[in-house]
Design a protein around this ligand. Structure first.
Ligand code: HEM
Length: 405
């Protein structure tokens, strides 16, 4: 990202300026949680001139409110800096009233627990196969070995895309989320869209071959009494690709790192697997990964802060989850924490993540399947852990070792 830092705009009071570059600050690579924790002592809403300038809300409750206030904030741009020529992704870049038309079939027909019922056994099988292959080796870099390919493999199954295309999809995932250069990002977007148009055309021409429930649900969907057109379908497919892959990868890396570094918590889950569900909620709270933005619609006063039309506002779930006014000792992971469910890891309001059920399922099965198979899993002494921050905050390397069978 090459966007230069801006001057402070006239409507921003100097007392509300804090320098914070959530993408490029070197500490986001080495100590992201330490840096984020420091922000939670800053004003409830502050402004940073980095990346073209943006507001940051630091309180858990304000992050939820900002997610919800589509009367004040638009989803036209959800990345900082804005990418003005990016095609709108359905449904995330769509504001009311049109948003609801798309959202309805997505949530009800494509992502309901019922629609995803068969996925649990698929996920379990994929993870068991990984364990059979990897456990005897005694060590791996968890990110390229598991956290990156696993959500892609599941996604390909769920979307009825050919499983042997994983090698083609992986560079696109990396190119879209963590491009080395802006050109790489644009090329990954373009190539993914071109592939999806071709694949969709082939499927539409041969509807009887369509498997799974996702594509049939989309082909049957109606908006304003008409079927979706080809551009809308590719846009939704792209959205699912972007919403559903790097997010799950990122969350898996933080969950696994925490468990590898905390034998007492690990033992709690091994002793009482019923704790895994609440543990996942607490880890979603403690290690939020989503940096989503909103655009101010019209000049407004938001909790005493004057915002101008077009200003960007960062809703960061990593920051929200560490808010000490919402969570006592927020850095401590406590599987019995009573307020653990008050996190907004999946957003809030009309855009709340429709993939949350699926994401929780993947995380839960990962813990259920891997913990018993990786005895004494730990980060080896001197093992380098690195993070990367953008739309998601993810680890990019996580060396693990365990006692091999
Ligand atoms: C741990 C994993 C995940 C996290 C933390 C996450 C987080 C989020 C958040 C915070 C939003 C709200 C965006 C906004 O308010 O603008 C969102 C929306 C969305 N997510 Fe997820 N997500 C995850 C997994 C998934 C999965 C697995 C899928 C599907 C395959 C998915 C699909 C979507 C879609 C389509 C939207 C847009 C919904 C709308 O605008 O109405 N997500 N996600």
């Amino acid at each position: 990202m090459t966007q230069a830092a801006l001057e402070i705009p006239a409507h921003v009071p100097p007392g509300l300026v804090v320098r914070f570059d959530f993408r490029r600050d070197p500490r986001m690579r080495t100590d992201p949680w330490g840096l984020i924790r420091e922000l939670t002592d800053k004003p409830d809403i502050f402004y940073t001139p980095e990346l073209g300038g943006y507001w940051v809300v630091t309180r858990n409750a304000l992050v939820a409110e900002t997610f919800r206030r589509h009367d004040l904030f638009s989803n036209q741009y959800v990345t900082i800096p804005k990418i003005p020529d990016a095609p709108p992704l359905i449904p995330n870049n769509i504001d009311p009233p049109d948003h609801a038309k798309y959202r309805k079939f997505l949530a009800q027909k494509m992502f309901s627990p019922r629609a995803l019922a068969s996925l649990e056994s698929d996920a379990r099988k994929l993870m068991r196969d990984w364990a059979d292959k990897t456990v005897p080796t005694g060590a791996c870099d968890f990110v390229p070995s598991f956290a990156q390919p696993m959500p892609v493999d599941l996604f390909l199954r769920m979307m009825d895309l050919p499983p042997d295309r994983r090698e083609m999809f992986m560079p696109w995932v990396r190119g879209v989320f963590r491009p080395e250069t802006p050109e790489e990002g644009t090329a990954a977007f373009r190539d993914l869209a071109a592939y999806l148009y071709g694949w969709l055309d082939e499927r539409i021409a041969n509807p009887t071959e369509a498997g799974g429930h996702m594509l049939p649900a989309m082909l049957a969907a109606e908006v304003d009494g008409r079927k979706l057109n080809r551009d809308e379908m590719v846009s939704i497919w792209m959205m699912l690709f972007l919403g559903g892959l790097d997010t799950v990868t990122a969350q898996m890396t933080h969950v696994m790192r925490f468990l590898a570094e905390n034998p007492r918590h690990r033992q709690q889950l091994l002793d009482d697997p019923a704790l895994i569900k609440p543990a996942i909620e607490e880890l979603l709270r403690r290690f939020g990964i989503a940096n989503i933005a909103r655009v101010v619609r019209d000049d407004c006063d938001y909790h005493g802060v004057a915002m101008k039309a077009g200003d960007m506002v960062l809703c960061s779930t990593p920051i929200a989850g560490l808010d000490p006014t919402a969570f006592a000792n927020p850095e401590i992971v406590d599987f019995g924490r009573v307020e653990a469910d008050s996190h907004w890891a999946f957003g809030a309001g009309i855009h709340i993540c429709p993939g949350a059920y699926l994401a929780r399922l993947e995380l839960r099965i990962m813990v259920e399947e891997l913990l018993p198979r990786l005895p004494e899993v730990h980060v080896p002494v001197g093992g380098l852990i690195e993070a990367s921050s953008g739309g998601t905050l993810s680890l990019t390397t996580l060396p693990l070792a365990w006692k091999a069978d």
